[in-house]
Design a protein around this ligand. Sequence first.
Ligand SMILES: NC(=O)C1=CN([C@@H]2O[C@H](COP(=O)(O)OP(=O)(O)OC[C@H]3O[C@@H](n4cnc5c(N)ncnc54)[C@H](OP(=O)(O)O)[C@@H]3O)[C@@H](O)[C@H]2O)C=CC1
Ligand SMILES: O=C(O)C1=N[C@H](C(=O)O)C[C@H](O)C1
Length: 257
Amino acid sequence: MRIGIAGIAGRMGRLLAEEVALAGLVLAGGTLRPGSAKAAPDGAIVLPDSAALFAASDVVIDFTQAAEAVPHARLAAAQGCALVLGSSGLDAAQEAAVAEAAARAPVVYAANFAPGVNLVLALAERMAAALPGAQYDAEIVEMHHRQKVDAPSGTAVAMGRAVAAGRGTTLEEAGIESGRDGHTGPRKPGAIGFAALRGGQVVGEHTLVFAAANEHIALTHRSFDRRAYATGAVRAAQWVRGRAPGLYSMMDVLGMR
Ligand SMILES: NC(=O)C1=CN([C@@H]2O[C@H](COP(=O)(O)OP(=O)(O)OC[C@H]3O[C@@H](n4cnc5c(N)ncnc54)[C@H](OP(=O)(O)O)[C@@H]3O)[C@@H](O)[C@H]2O)C=CC1
Ligand SMILES: O=C(O)C1=N[C@H](C(=O)O)C[C@H](O)C1
């Protein structure tokens, strides 16, 4: 199986190249951002653009940036190539366009490819179903390295969506409270709160708190090494090859639904 890696010189791109080799798969090559000062890992073939990457690959893994998600999903659809999409920070229109392209190619899109996080998402939904929103305020706190460009993290948003689903609603309907500052007024009943911390080289930490008048319950996941994401993404690439077109998640890859 030939794997292509978009953004092969990035933090995730480099690790993905290592994990592809460790899994005994063929690295078809990778792309760099046009004009990038970064160099690809030694020995990796650098392809001139995304079209060449998709033409050379059976599965492309994309951990670059939100703006590349739609063009990459459209290339996957046009060229009959599978896509593993890990970039975060996609807006609603970008997510809808990826879903549309996935009608013509198999796409695994996940906010977080670490298996433990996906278990946390399943637990979050069950906890929210058991803890009424009128009494248990859901607050999500995440911390990441100083280079991260989007907030809240994709994983924090996925946690919020899981809480909303457990309560039989959507994140948009439940309401979001984030970036509280100044005279914000009291907390809106049922809203889901987000707080983002940035500093140092934190790989990824997420805590979901359910806070009631007389008790708190918290669920925390910490990633110590990006390899947790990279091994998950390569596993997803092996799983998605040859699947029918559709939008899949890491939960599907892990057999969790
Ligand atoms: N779903 C998950 O499990 C995870 C998701 N992520 C997400 O993955 C993304 C990347 O994270 P990370 O590796 O830390 O970030 P990096 O900035 O280290 O890597 C991204 C790389 O993509 C390159 N790039 C940007 N645009 C293009 C393009 N058009 N073509 C080719 N390469 C391009 C960048 O180049 P340059 O540096 O020159 O700009 C950079 O080298 C983020 O959105 C992050 O949130 C990260 C970890 C886990
Ligand atoms: O940018 C990162 O580093 C990460 N991004 C993903 C996110 O936004 O949730 C996954 C992980 O938290 C690391």
